[in-house]
Design a protein around this ligand. Structure first.
Ligand code: ADP
Length: 334
C-alpha cells in the first residue's frame, strides 16, 4: 500500500474509529455540504420524519463514512454500513433492507459498484419502501411484495456521474465533497494529534498538511508515520524538521508526490522531452502496469496541474519541469 494512497489500509481502519469527528461541530471544512446537510436533517427532525436519501460524492478519504455516521447520530438513528461490492445478488440487498429498523440509516459505500439486479431493487426500496422478493425459478417464480420501514439511504461514490441517472434521481440531496485546503488539514492534524496524545508544533502540522494531497485520511496517516520517526529518532515532538526527515524516509515529497508519481514525471520529462507520449509507452518506461499509471498516479498529477491528458498523449506542464528542478523547454511555435 502507498503511504499517499487514499484508500483505507488495515492500520487506518483500526485507528479511524478513534479519530472520527462525532458531530458537525467536530467535522472540519466542507462548509457547504455541512450546512446543506444540517438543514436537511433539521427540517426532517422538525417534521418528525425520516431524512431524505443522501448521496455523497468525492474521492476516498474525504469523510463520506464519517458524515454518514454523523447523519445517524443527528437523527438519533442506528446505522448499518455496507458497500456495493459486498452486495452481489439482489437477495443480499433484500436481506439487509428487510432487517432495517424504522428510521435506520443505511450507508452504502461505492454504491456505483452494486450489481444491476440489486440496483433495480434499490430503486423501488428508495421510492416506495417496498421490495419484491422473488421466490422460485423460471416460469413458476413469483414476486412477493415486502413492505419496508422508512429508512434513510446514504450512498457514497467517487463521482456522482458514475451512477445511472434513475438511481441518482432518487436521492433527495447530493453533497459534493471537495479536497481540503491546507489550513483545514492543519486543523485535522492538530485534532488527531490531540486524540493520539502526540505533541505537534504549528509548523509540523503545516508540513504534514502540505503533503497530504487534500485528504484527511492521508494527513492522519502521515501524522502517525512522523510520530514514529519523532519517537525513535528525536524527542517525540512532531516538528517541521521531524516531518521533513520522516517523510524523506518514506519518499513523500513536499508536494505530496511519492516515488511512483515522481518516476512518471521523470520518465515523461527526461525520456520523452515532456511529451506528448502515449500512456502505454510511458508505462513501459516507468516499469508499471498501464492501469497503475492511469488510475493511481495520474489523477493526482492532473489535479496538481503537473500533467495533462491530451488526445495526442500525456504532456508535462511547465509546473512539472519546475517541480523536478528542471527548465521547461521553450514552446514551439509560441
Ligand atoms: P471516506 O468514507 O470518504 O473514505 P472517511 O469518512 O472514512 O472517508 O474519513 C477518513 C478519515 O479521515 C477518518 O479517520 C476521519 O476521522 C478523517 N476525516 C475525514 N473527514 C474529516 C473532517 N472533516 N474532519 C476531521 N477528520 C476527518
Amino acid at each position: 500500500e502507498r503511504l499517499v494512497g487514499a484508500a483505507a489500509d488495515r492500520e487506518d481502519l483500526a485507528v479511524e474509529a478513534a479519530l472520527r469527528p462525532k458531530d458537525f461541530g467536530e467535522f472540519i471544512g466542507q462548509t457547504r455540504v455541512r450546512e446543506q446537510l444540517d438543514l436537511v436533517l433539521r427540517a426532517a427532525r422538525a417534521r418528525g420524519a425520516t431524512a431524505d436519501h443522501v448521496l455523497l460524492s468525492g474521492a476516498p478519504g474525504l469523510g463520506k463514512t464519517t458524515l454518514s455516521l454523523i447523519i445517524a447520530a443527528e437523527m438519533g438513528a442506528p446505522i448499518r454500513i455496507t458497500s456495493g461490492p459486498a452486495i452481489q445478488h439482489a437477495g443480499d440487498l433484500a436481506a439487509i433492507l428487510s432487517s432495517l429498523a424504522e428510521g435506520e440509516v443505511l450507508f452504502l459505500d461505492e454504491i456505483h459498484r452494486m450489481s444491476r439486479p440489486a440496483e433495480e431493487m434499490l430503486y423501488m426500496a428508495m421510492e416506495d419502501f417496498r421490495v419484491d422478493v422473488i421466490v422460485g425459478k423460471g416460469p413458476g417464480a413469483t414476486a412477493i411484495p415486502l413492505e419496508l420501514p422508512p429508512f434513510t439511504l446514504v450512498g457514497a461514490t467517487t463521482r456522482a456521474g458514475l451512477l445511472p441517472p434513475p438511481l441518482r434521481d432518487r436521492f433527495g440531496f447530493t453533497g459534493h465533497m471537495e479536497f481540503y485546503e491546507p489550513t483545514e488539514l492543519e486543523r485535522v492534524v492538530h485534532r488527531s494529534a490531540g486524540l493520539l496524545a502526540v505533541e505537534v508544533t504549528a509548523d509540523g502540522a503545516a508540513e504534514i498538511a502540505g503533503r497530504s494531497r487534500g485528504t484527511p485520511r492521508i494527513a492522519n496517516r502521515l501524522l502517525r508515520r512522523v510520530r514514529d520517526y519523532a519517537q525513535v529518532r528525536a524527542d517525540g515532538v512532531v516538528t517541521r524538521e521531524a516531518a521533513r526527515r520522516a517523510l524523506a524516509v518514506y519518499e513523500v515529497d513536499e508536494r505530496g508526490l511519492d516515488r511512483l508519481d515522481r518516476s512518471v514525471l521523470h520518465a515523461l520529462l527526461n525520456l520523452f522531452g515532456g511529451g506528448p507520449v502515449g500512456l502505454s509507452t510511458l508505462s513501459v518506461a516507468v516499469g508499471e502496469e498501464r492501469e497503475t499509471v492511469e488510475e493511481v498516479a495520474e489523477p493526482f498529477l492532473v489535479r496538481e496541474g503537473l500533467l495533462a491528458r491530451t488526445p495526442r498523449g500525456r504532456v508535462a506542464t511547465p509546473a512539472a519541469w519546475r517541480h523536478l528542478g528542471l527548465t521547461p523547454p521553450a514552446r514551439e511555435g509560441g
